[in-house]
Design a protein around this ligand. Sequence first.
Ligand code: AMO
Length: 458
Amino acid sequence: MTFINSKFIKSEYSDIAKVSQGQSVCFYGMVQNVRVTKWGGFVIVRKPEGLIQTVIQKDTSSIIDEEGRSIGINDISREMAITIHGTVNSANIKDKSVKYNTIEIEVSKIQVISRPSTTEVIDVNALKFSDDESVLRYKFDNRQVSLRNPKDMAIFRVSSTIAQSFAEYLISVGFTQIFTPKIVSEGAEGGANVFNMDYFGKQVYLAQSPQFYKQIGVGVYERVFEIAPAYRAEKHNTSRHLNEFISLDVEMGFIKGQEEVMELEMNLLRHIIASVNEKCSHELQLLEAQLPCLPENVPVYRLSEAHELLYNEQLTADHRGEDDMAPEEERAICKYAKEKFGSDFVFITHFPTEHRAFYAMNDPEDPTLTLSYDLLMCGIEITSGGQRIHKEEDYRKKMAERGMNPDNFKFYLDTFHNGMPPHGGFAIGLERITSFFLGISNVKEASLFPRDINRVAP
Ligand code: AMO
């Protein structure tokens, strides 16, 4: 029998950000790149937080292989796992992919721990950032390694910060995080884009969203959120659709109207933008990204009003009477809002009842419309949300109008049968918000392992 304690990890891990000049350090890392010079050379090391430069002097640095033999810098190659012992020096590093550009490590000893089984590893440093289909295919075919590219690493550090600050803010205002099933007996969002699957001889589905469950959560905790995958059987291969995406879902009780939900979302987004600005300055610089402007006052247009405005201002073709925003309208209204109000965000509200999911609350002033909204950012929808029906009889009425069988939704209806407060919420697509924050045109680049009609591996 042995014991385990927490001292081991602590002693082997040095947080480079916290060490000062002249101090000695010892840390692990993977070799990102090697540059040999007459006097020695540079080994760029990949650490959890980013890249760091180490300097080898032939005369003073020793390099040891796995068997304890002394080797030269020429024997060090990409993707070796190494331990570095050295001293922190000040530096002025121009390479933008290096996170720590004001310090470098003067190496006293490098110990090789393990090495790849090939000498021809994929050169992740050479991977391009491009919309070109063949470039993307190569990157996604080799995603397990191509993610080691500094720009890809930066994208996922930003998406991690978005998810983390999303949770952080919501917890600070009384929300409880929940985890709901992804194997479900009914699709929540309707439509044809639901994946069927066999579940011990019974037909079930992959959850299109946690909609039913987050509403159920409101009956328990009043304010809930979830960060989890959602599945959509989108048959079209576009730059904004994934078949599996991460949905940042929020649902809250005791609202007086959808404006409260919209207000919460604005405050939440403000916190997320501030956190990304604060924690990801290196990543934003590397990706040459500028975060969107979210002013105090964000414009809100009813759908019919937006169609009218864009047509009257001759910014788009005539889409009046249509039940959704056309893509050219989404782009045009965002451009208009940016120029007129300095906002990269625009709310569109009051979508027609027929076009929205059945759980959307009808507008009491005009039941052909719903108290629902989309939030557009830089020309594309990043969120849908709104107020929900909270009375069982209203659900039964809407289901009857739509020819839905209430028996298929028994557990959901039982929730309202047993009492629910007025409530509403929204969902943000993580890959969409990340890619728009970073000015990346294809949402798949913001998915760690994208799933589309042609891809289920890696
Ligand atoms: P909706 O279907 O609009 O609403 O989805 C919410 C948000 O999820 C993202 N999203 C996607 N991202 C990538 N690929 C897709 N195929 C995809 N589909 C959706 C978008 C979108 O705005 N239950 C409601 C939300 C709510 O009312 O709370 C829902 O799922 O960013």
